[in-house]
Design a binder for this molecule. Sequence first.
Ligand code: PLP
Length: 382
Amino acid sequence: MLMDTYARFDVAFKSGVGATLFDENGRDYVDFASGIGVNSLGYAHKKIVKTIKNQAKNLLHTSNLYRIKPQEKLAKRISKLLGFKTYAFFCNSGAEANECALKLARKYGTTHFKQKRYEIISLGNSFHGRTLATLRATGQDKFHPEIFAPYIDGFKFFNTIDEVIKNLNDNTAAVIIELVQGEGGIKALGKNEVKRLADELKRREILLITDEVQCGVYRTGEFVTSQKYGIKPDIITFAKGLGGGVSIGACVSQKSIFTKGDHGSTFGGNFLATSVANTTLKELKRLKKSGELDKISKIFNAKLDELVAKFPKIFAKKQGLGMMLGAVLNDDIDVSKIVSKCLENGVLVLRSGAKTLRLLPPLNISKKEINEGFLRIEKALN
Ligand SMILES: *Cc1c(COP(=O)(O)O)cnc(C)c1O
């Protein structure tokens, strides 16, 4: 038996190719969800299959007691893609990547200032994970039920960047933000206010952490969304799209704050995960450089614009960035019903918050699959 943690649809997928999944009965589904932004290169991608096969023939795991060359290579690759020097820690999930960032912030707060600081500020409507610390960092009270109390001390959240700036004080060690809020309605933060926050934090020597677990790894058009915003965060966290379907998380920091023994992970950054992540980043970079990624994104955005315009009774507006998109629903529309109807019609979509239909297609989705997927959404809406 499984624990009762998910409200699952009664469908079991068996295989996939490109952005198309097949269930046990051979029925096909166009995937506009990619396992919540994980399958950035879709299913059965040849280069990923090849990497996994080759790696499995040699070794999958050794532990971090020994050097792991693909892990070193991945750390270098990430720095290069960012365009500045960083130190990387690899783990297995987004929550763990954020745990690492929060621990870095705690140590920084202890060692960098005359008086110890440990307060970490987040934004309302944010989502940072399901562990006890990342739940507390998540800026939505519904994630802090009494059943799990007491929570870890030292977290605060504010609903706007202005309020965050106003509430910075001599206890603040770090601010953590999602540049595009993935679970909070696919809301992209304003560029000017983010820049203002980044400048203010720099001036006060408070760390800026961008949680790019969902919006990173080319999802919004650049390697990281920070590049789109023109900021250089002190710490960036990654997970979902980084491993092309294999679980991996990463926390990268401009400062090397930890020393031996401060943090660790048994599985984190093993041969399998980091070799696949290297392949994933190489392929995504190629997709970006060739202009294909921007082309696919443009086509996908145009189709969503069309859909929103065609169903004004259902949709209020489109929002998001690149291939991290939301269609905000009118007040009387039930998002769960739309998601189920889409599944019935053979297209996978997601919800975000209570009022937004979320689309996170594989970044290499074909034009044919885009057209077919939107056709099926229209059928579902009708
Ligand atoms: C999904 C997500 C997480 C948590 O990642 P897990 O791999 O589920 O632990 C954290 N932050 C953001 C922004 C996410 O979208």
